[in-house]
Design a protein around this ligand. Structure first.
Ligand code: 2P0
Length: 347
């Protein structure tokens, strides 16, 4: 991060010290002794209803604002992890062995560096995504959450959800929220060691709530979320207003969830997403994830609302829309968006 931004904080721990503190020193060093032959982890993708956009510290992945999400069961990542000795990690993504120099493999190996029991230890990672990688459908969130669960299983750490969330956050911010089914809240935290910036479950069921995945384009995006948010923090004047806006929206979303107030949930989520995109567009060079079909879909949503069909959308760092509506509107929504995948997270 550009140290001149008003949001920057200095970390009081290195990422390795952070990991050692979360796991506990003795466990880190006896990790090989307790290890099983194979660890497994599985986690869902999540969609933020109130978004995370911007870091106050990049090495520990500390956010500028908190966020609230909903996980989508059945869409996510399954990861198997084994330890061996060798030259480098072997990373298999959706049945394809990746070359060690590809970005995905390098990022994963850099994260695994924090967990190697000795310098010769390498990991074999077999990971299966049921969402397209880098499609704005948050595969890094489910990916790092599943990986942390697999590490916890492999090394038999028996970490709490809070600690697992802290470790997942280090891999990818939004992964902190993917440890939980249903709704989750990621607390922004204020400590310089990052120990208070973790997610936890919001204990509510909402069986009538539907999420529709409206795919516009699932090819790899040009600007990663990590790069996009850094550029926004560093160059967007509108961003000054974002932290307060995000904090307010987070409160409203939590209130809407607690009261099952769908109108408040939908309005707040849509406005929050558009506000985040406004900050992206007002960076230099500009970042616009939308495509013409994205804008056409927004107009279709607004037209439906005019007709009395209560539906809202949210969007992440990509061109796809995620629709929010209640079960009663399912027939009207299906008619308007024929090919859309509909998920009821609590059914
Ligand atoms: C979110 N996004 O709250 C927001 C909304 C994208 C737009 O979290 O750099 O992949 O790994 O912490 O978690 C995507 O950002 O970024 C994201 P890193 P991440 O879901």
């Amino acid at each position: 991060m550009n140290a001149s931004t008003p949001f920057a904080t200095q970390p009081s721990l290195s990422p390795q010290q952070f990991v050692d503190k979360v796991i506990g020193h003795s466990e880190t060093h006896s990790a090989f002794n307790n290890a099983k032959t194979c660890g497994f982890g599985e986690a869902p993708v999540n969609i933020a209803l109130s978004k995370y956009w911007g870091k106050r510290e990049t090495s520990l992945n500390l956010p500028i604002n908190g966020s609230v999400s909903i996980s989508l069961p059945g869409l996510g990542t399954q990861t198997e992890l084994t330890l061996s000795q060798g030259e480098h990690d072997q990373i298999v993504l959706n049945d394809t062995l990746l070359e060690p120099h590809v970005t995905f493999a390098k990022r994963l190996s850099a994260f695994l560096d924090f967990f190697r029991p000795n310098e010769h230890a390498v990991f074999h990672v077999d990971t299966l995504n049921t969402v397209p990688t880098a499609a704005g459908l948050a595969s890094s969130a489910s990916g790092y959450a599943a990986l942390v669960l697999a590490l916890n299983d492999l090394f038999q750490w028996h970490l709490s959800d809070q600690k697992l969330s802290l470790l997942a956050r280090l891999g990818s911010g939004s992964a902190s929220r993917s440890l939980f089914p249903g709704f989750a809240v990621w607390h922004v935290g204020s400590r310089t060691d990052g120990m208070d910036s973790f997610a936890e479950a919001i204990d509510t069921q909402w069986p009538e709530l539907c999420v529709g995945l409206l795919k516009v384009d699932v090819s790899e995006k040009a600007v990663s979320s990590t790069a996009g948010m850094q550029q926004t923090v560093n160059t967007c004047e509108l961003y000054q207003a974002w932290p307060d806006k995000a904090a307010k929206d987070m409160e409203l979303i939590q209130q809407a969830i607690a009261n099952h107030d769908f109108s408040l949930l939908g309005k707040t989520a849509e406005n929050n997403a558009l506000s985040m995109h406004a900050t992206m567009m007002a960076t230099w060079p500009p970042i616009v994830y939308w495509q013409p079909e994205s804008v056409a879909a927004m107009h279709a949503v607004w037209a439906l609302r005019q007709q009395g069909v209560e539906v809202y959308f949210t969007m992440d760092a990509g061109p796809n829309l995620k629709l929010l509506f209640l079960e009663t509107q399912k027939p009207a929504i299906k008619q308007a968006f024929a090919k859309m995948q509909i998920i009821q997270p609590f059914k």
